[in-house]
Each structure stands twice: as structure tokens, then as C-alpha cells.
Design a protein around this ligand. Sequence first.
Ligand code: HEM
Length: 202
Amino acid sequence: MFAAGTDTTYTVLDWAMTQLLRHPNAMKKLQDEVRCLASDKTKLTEEDLVQMHYLKAVVKETLRLHPPIPLLVPRESTQDVKLMGYYDIAAGTPVIINAWAIGRDPKSWDQPEEFIPERFMSSSIDFKGQDFQLIPFGAGRRGCPGTVFATAIIELVLANIVHQFDWALPGGVTGQDLDMSESAGLTSHRKVPLLAVASPKE
Ligand code: HEM
């Protein structure tokens, strides 16, 4: 529970902030939404997030490009299966699902390598396991039981930090200079830690 729940959640926040710093227009749009809908508050709660559709789109887009468990959890077929009419998977075969590649598949996504949260503003695609082009939490009976909790935490933290602070990269670094390398392993972190400077909003 601790391993599955902490590493993953902070990794998504790390990538979300990385993408927002690389895309100042998206950062501004998110800050405008959050600051407009919660202008009189200093600390946002879950109820404040309900109308924040761009915030939810930013989180979905981050999970599409950077699923923190890129190959999900390895499974084993319990019986012989014929998949899509022509793949024979024998009982006992280990099955690895590449959610990272699925999230960047050009057959499912326009400009798959680009960070475009707007793609989710007019789409019903969600990560709850019904839409197989977006499965950062897996799907089916053994899909992640922490999905709702994780997304609530991610949205809450992200909304609060962009509400309270303006963000910049230190030392004249531009968003396009940011190293986007991913670490190898069960979870996929930034290889180089993200350094960002927070200043209280004006
Ligand atoms: C962004 C955050 C998270 C992501 C992307 C994520 C992703 C996943 C994935 C891909 C699986 C395997 C699903 C499969 O094989 O189909 C999984 C399993 C699991 N997750 Fe998460 N998870 C996240 C957060 C959490 C949190 C916050 C908790 C608990 C508080 C949690 C608890 C678990 C547990 C217990 C399992 C094992 C379920 C089983 O095997 O039956 N996860 N998660």
C-alpha cells in the first residue's frame, strides 16, 4: 500500500509540474481556472475542485504521457485465451502490458508526443479502466484500488501549489531545456530531479 501509493503519486506531480513549466500557456490556463474558481480561499479542499475541468485534463494528460508504472504489474494468463481472434495466449504465459506505449499510440491519439490537456476537455475518455487507450491504473478486477484516492490527492496538491505560487525555472533555464529523461525501473521517475522556484502569487 505504501509503495504503490506514495511513489506513484509524487511521480505524477513531478511530471505534471515539469510539463506545466515547459508549457507556460497551460500553466497560465490552469492558474486562471484555479484562481478564478477559488479566489477568496487560501487553502483549497476537494469540494473546490469539482468545477476545475482544466485541472482534471492536466492530470489525465500527465498520466497519458507519464504513467508512473509504465508496464503495469506483470500478470499470468490462468487459462488458454484467443485474443482478438488471432493471438493464442497459452495458460501460464506471463503478460506484460505497456501502458506507456498505449498512451502514445498514434492510432489512438493526435500528436501523441505533445502535452495537450485540451484534448480531454471535449472527450469522455477516462482512466477508470473502461477506455483501453488510457490505462495508467490498469483495468479489470486487479486494477489499482487507489485510483480515486490517488487522483484526489494529485488534483488537490496541484491545485493548491499553482493557486498559491507562481513558478519558474532557476538560472535562466527555459522549459525546453528541461531534461525529460525517465529512470528505468518499476516506476518511471524523472532521471534528473526537477528544480523549480516558487514565489508567492502577486
Ligand atoms: C497515480 C497513482 C497510482 C497509479 C498510476 C497506480 C497504478 C497502479 C497499477 C498500474 C496497478 C496494477 C494494476 C494492474 O495490474 O492491472 C496498481 C495496483 C495497486 N495499487 Fe495503485 N496506483 C496509484 C496509486 C495508488 C494508491 C494511492 C494506492 C493506495 C493507497 C494504491 C494501491 C494499489 C494496490 C494495493 C495495488 C495492487 C492491487 C492488486 O494487485 O489487486 N495505488 N496501481
